[in-house]
Design a protein around this ligand. Structure first.
Ligand code: NDP
Length: 297
C-alpha cells in the first residue's frame, strides 16, 4: 500500500507521519482563520543546550514545523558549558515576554544542569510540553480543561484513536517510567479506561507480563529489545524508542521480526516521532488561545 506521504507500508502500520500531516493542516487552517481576526501569531521558543546532533535535528524540525503551520518560532542554542543559573535567567526572560506563548527545553540536558529545576522554572502557562510539576499534577488529577498534555504521550493516544483502536478495558503494558514518556502515557491510557501495567529496568520476568499486553508501549531506549517472545499475537505495538545503531534509526522494537504478529504497529521513523511534533503544534496553539483569548470560531 502506498500512503499519501509516499511511503510503502503494510496495512497494519500506525502511520504517524500521515496523521501528523493531517493535524498540521488543521492547525494551519485554524491559524489562517485567526489571521483574519488578529495580526498576532502563536510563538514557540525551543531551547537547546549543547551540540548533540540528534537533539539539533529534533529542535530544528520542531521550529520548522511551527513556521510551516503559520506560527512564529525561535531556537535558542547555548553551549554545553552553560550554567544552570544562566539557563534559568533565559527562562525567566521568556516567561515575562508576552509575545512568547510556548517554551520547550529540549531534553536531555547536560548532566551538570538539574532537569527538574529547569522544567519547574518554565511558567506553567507556557509549559508547552506539559512537564511542569503543576501540569503533571493536573494530568494525574484527571483535569481535562485547557491542559497541555505531554506531547509524546498525547500524540500516542491521538494516533491510537485515529485508527479506532479500542482502549477501554484493554490491558496496556508500558515499558519505561520517565516523566516525559512512560509515566504520563500510562496515566493517559488509564484515563481512556485501559488497565495499565508499568515495567521498568527492575521488572522481573518482563516477557511474561508483556505477553499479556493487548497494547504494548515501549519507551526504554534499548534498541531492538522487543522481539516476538515479548508479544501476544494480535497485540498493538507502539514503539517510542529512537535509537541510532550503526548510523541507522531504529526503535525499541525489532519491527521486522514482530510486524506480522502485531495487529497494529508504529514504524521508526514515521510513527510516534511525527505525532510528538504535531501535538507540540496543537499545544502551542492552545497556549496562545489561553494567553491572548484569540481563537478561531
Ligand atoms: P529514559 O532513559 O528517561 O527512560 C527509560 C526508561 O526505560 C526508564 O524508566 C528505565 O527504567 C526503563 N528501562 C531501561 N531498561 C529497561 C529494561 N531492560 N526493561 C524495561 N525497562 C527498561 O528515556 P525516555 O523516557 O526519555 O525515552 C525513552 C525512549 O524514547 C528513548 O529512546 C528516547 O529517545 C525516545 N523518545 C522518543 C520520543 C519520540 O517523539 N518518539 C520522545 C521522547 C523520547 P528505570 O526507571 O528503572 O531506569
Amino acid at each position: 500500500m502506498l500512503t499519501k506521504t509516499g511511503n510503502l507500508l503494510a496495512e497494519n502500520i500506525l502511520d504517524g507521519k500521515l496523521v501528523a500531516e493531517e493535524l498540521h493542516q488543521t492547525v494551519s487552517k485554524t491559524l489562517q482563520h485567526i489571521g483574519t481576526i488578529s495580526p498576532q501569531k502563536p510563538k514557540l521558543v525551543v531551547i537547546l543546550v549543547g551540540d548533540d546532533p540528534a537533539s539539533q535535528v529534533y529542535v530544528n524540525r520542531k521550529a520548522q514545523t511551527a513556521v510551516k503551520t503559520g506560527m512564529l518560532s525561535e531556537v535558542l542554542t547555548y553551549p554545553v558549558n552553560t550554567t544552570q543559573s544562566q539557563l534559568l535567567a533565559v527562562i525567566e526572560k521568556l516567561n515575562a515576554d508576552s509575545l512568547v506563548h510556548g517554551i520547550l527545553v529540549q531534553l536531555p540536558l547536560p548532566s551538570h544542569i538539574q532537569t527538574e529545576a529547569i522544567v519547574s522554572a518554565i511558567s506553567p502557562e507556557k509549559d508547552v510540553d506539559g512537564l511542569h510539576p503543576f501540569n503533571l499534577g493536573r494530568l494525574l488529577a484527571g483535569e481535562k480543561t485547557a491542559l497541555c498534555k505531554p506531547c509524546t504521550p498525547a500524540g500516542i493516544i491521538t494516533l491510537l484513536q485515529h485508527y479506532n483502536i479500542p482502549l477501554a478495558g484493554q490491558h496496556a503494558v508500558v515499558l519505561g517510567r520517565s516523566n516525559i514518556v512512560g509515566k504520563p502515557v500510562g496515566v493517559l491510557l488509564l484515563q481512556e479506561n485501559a488497565t495499565v501495567t508499568y515495567c521498568h529496568s527492575k521488572t522481573r520476568n518482563m516477557a511474561q507480563i508483556t505477553r499479556q499486553a493487548d497494547i504494548l508501549v515501549s519507551a526504554t531506549g534499548i534498541p531492538l529489545m522487543i522481539t516476538t517472545e515479548f508479544i501476544k499475537p494480535g497485540a498493538v505495538i507502539v514503539d517510542v524508542g529512537i535509537n541510532r545503531v550503526n548510523g541507522k534509526l531504529v526503535g525499541d522494537v525489532d519491527f521486522n521480526a514482530v510486524k506480522d504478529s502485531a495487529s497494529w504497529i508504529t514504524p521508526v521513523p514515521g510513527g510516534v516521532g511525527p505525532m510528538t511534533i504535531a501535538t507540540l503544534m496543537l499545544n502551542t496553539l492552545t497556549l496562545f488561545t489561553q494567553q491572548t483569548g484569540i481563537k478561531a470560531d
